[in-house]
Design a protein around this ligand. Structure first.
Ligand code: 6PG
Length: 469
């Protein structure tokens, strides 16, 4: 038996993808740099499984069918380049290498160009869905040469999550289009997680609700217009008790959020392209603030705030919070998709945002009911510069805004941080204004730096001699 697909990297995602691919009828050859891991995986396999464990790169390549189809599931960064340099020595023109990790899309571009020089097809495959998705059906965002995609399409579409309107797998464009889309997915994921965390904080420490009551609210929300995978996850984690102490597990988890870099890349790319994405930026920063726990502990003893009391009125306020979270989630998608559009234009990827919304509908971490409405906006207008300019999304936000404002005002008066909800409302308020105070910034830049300014009443560039005696 020869493997039809070779998989390198047996982390949880790699293992589960191997099982998923095999379950769809494709024999898989697997290899991991540390042999012990491969051995342990092999021991757990069912005897009939068409999975071939291998312990060297040579053995790996020899046990694959002649036209090599390889999926790398290795950590983004240097490890990818290392694996590629070993592989390329033995690959032949026409072979296909897919990077299924969370690589930065510009790195994927570079690798694709290098591989093309030796005739090897390279695809950047953004894979979302976590461990469970990898096993049962992830969302696959593919970028790279279309002819190479057509050679692996039948495998990729079979292992993907399936929806009524097709598999959650698509060739989104050339170059780094797949990994760019995955990076944007992750930026939205950061915001979604932060918004859930903020609403938990407001319920628990603003309204003073017990964990059971908070959990019941998330149970309700997960069956509302907020219905989404991450709401399901929130309701599940808040309901979990620690087996040793019986206490709510979240109370025992240290409040320091980790990150592997995709959120940071999102914000860096947005800054590079001049696309405002404050909700996602705030969510990345919120993780950094959480990580500075030692400083926070010192600051707590120094930086007192006036004791405020919650004045919101319980159940009405919970409904207001639901609207605030819903609005802010919509804003997160708007910012993410605005970046995706801008980057797609900049790099000429021609990504269809409607298709992205379709495949995000299943398998991935940010799958959510509201994606149907978002998708319709891009089906109606493929060139929509910003989701907020879609009439139906716009009027939805207009209707939610009173509650959204109420939540921000109440949280601020209690000294509770809600950076993502707040940044979303500020984005909304800035985006809908015809005149921003940037005129004052321009005047001051001209005062101290003679940078010049434009005027509202005549064409051209102007400078004022501000320092007249
Ligand atoms: C997914 C996720 C996944 C990501 C983790 C961790 O779509 O399955 O986006 O790819 O790696 O969620 O990301 P952070 O460690 O940066 O939070």
């Amino acid at each position: 038996m020869k493997g039809q697909i070779g998989l390198i990297g047996l982390g949880t995602m790699g293992e589960n993808l191997a099982l998923n691919i095999e379950s769809k009828g494709f024999p898989v050859t697997v290899y991991n740099r540390t042999a012990e891991r491969t051995r342990r995986f092999a021991e757990r396999l069912n005897r009939a499984a068409q999975i071939i464990p291998t312990y060297s790169v040579d053995e790996f390549l020899d046990s694959l069918e002649a036209s090599h189809r390889i999926l790398m599931m290795v950590r983004a960064g240097q490890a990818v380049d290392e694996v590629l340099s070993v592989l390329t020595r033995r690959l032949s023109p026409g072979d296909i290498v897919m990077d299924g990790g969370n690589s930065f899309f510009r790195d994927t571009e570079r690798r694709m160009q290098n591989m093309a020089k030796v005739g090897i097809h390279y695809l950047g495959v953004g894979i979302s869905g976590g461990a469970e998705g990898a096993l049962k059906g992830p969302c696959l965002m593919v970028g790279g040469p279309e002819d190479a995609y057509s050679l692996v399409e039948s495998t990729l579409t079979k292992i993907a999550a399936q929806l009524e309107d097709g598999p959650c797998c698509s060739h989104l464009g050339p170059g780094g289009a797949g990994h760019l889309t995955k990076m944007v997915h992750n930026g939205i994921e950061y915001a979604f997680l932060q918004l859930i965390a903020e609403s938990y904080d407001i319920l628990r420490y603003g309204l003073g609700f017990g964990i059971e009551r908070v959990q019941r609210i998330f149970e309700r929300w997960k069956n509302s217009e907020l219905s989404s995978y991450l709401m399901d996850v929130a309701a599940a984690v808040l309901g979990e008790s620690d087996s040793d102490t019986g206490r709510p597990l979240v109370d025992l988890i240290l409040d320091k959020a980790g990150q592997k870099g995709t959120g940071k890349w999102f914000s860096q790319t947005a800054m590079d392209l001049g696309v405002p994405t404050p909700t996602i930026d705030a969510s990345v920063s919120a993780r950094y603030i959480s990580a500075h726990r030692d400083e926070r502990l010192k600051a707590k003893t120094l930086l007192h705030i006036p004791q405020g009391e919650f004045t919101g009125g319980d159940e009405n306020f919970v409904d207001a919070l639901q609207d605030a979270v819903y609005s802010s989630v919509i804003i997160s998608y708007a910012q993410g998709l605005a970046l995706l559009k801008s980057a797609s234009d900049e790099y000429q990827y021609k990504i269809s945002l409607a298709e992205v919304c379709r495949i995000w509908g299943g398998g991935c971490i940010i799958r959510a009911k509201l994606l149907d409405q978002i998708r319709s906006a891009y089906v109606n207008n493929a060139d929509l510069p910003n989701l907020l300019l879609d009439a139906s999304v716009g009027s939805l936000l207009v209707n939610l805004q009173q509650n959204w404002r109420k939540v921000v005002v109440e949280a601020k008066s209690l000294g509770l941080p809600c950076p993502a909800i707040n940044a979303s409302l500020d984005y909304f308020d800035s985006y809908r204004r015809d005149r921003l105070p940037a005129n004052v910034i321009q005047a001051m830049r001209d005062y101290f730096g003679a940078h010049g300014y434009e005027r509202v009443d005549k064409e051209g560039r102007f400078h004022t001699e501000w320092l007249r005696d």
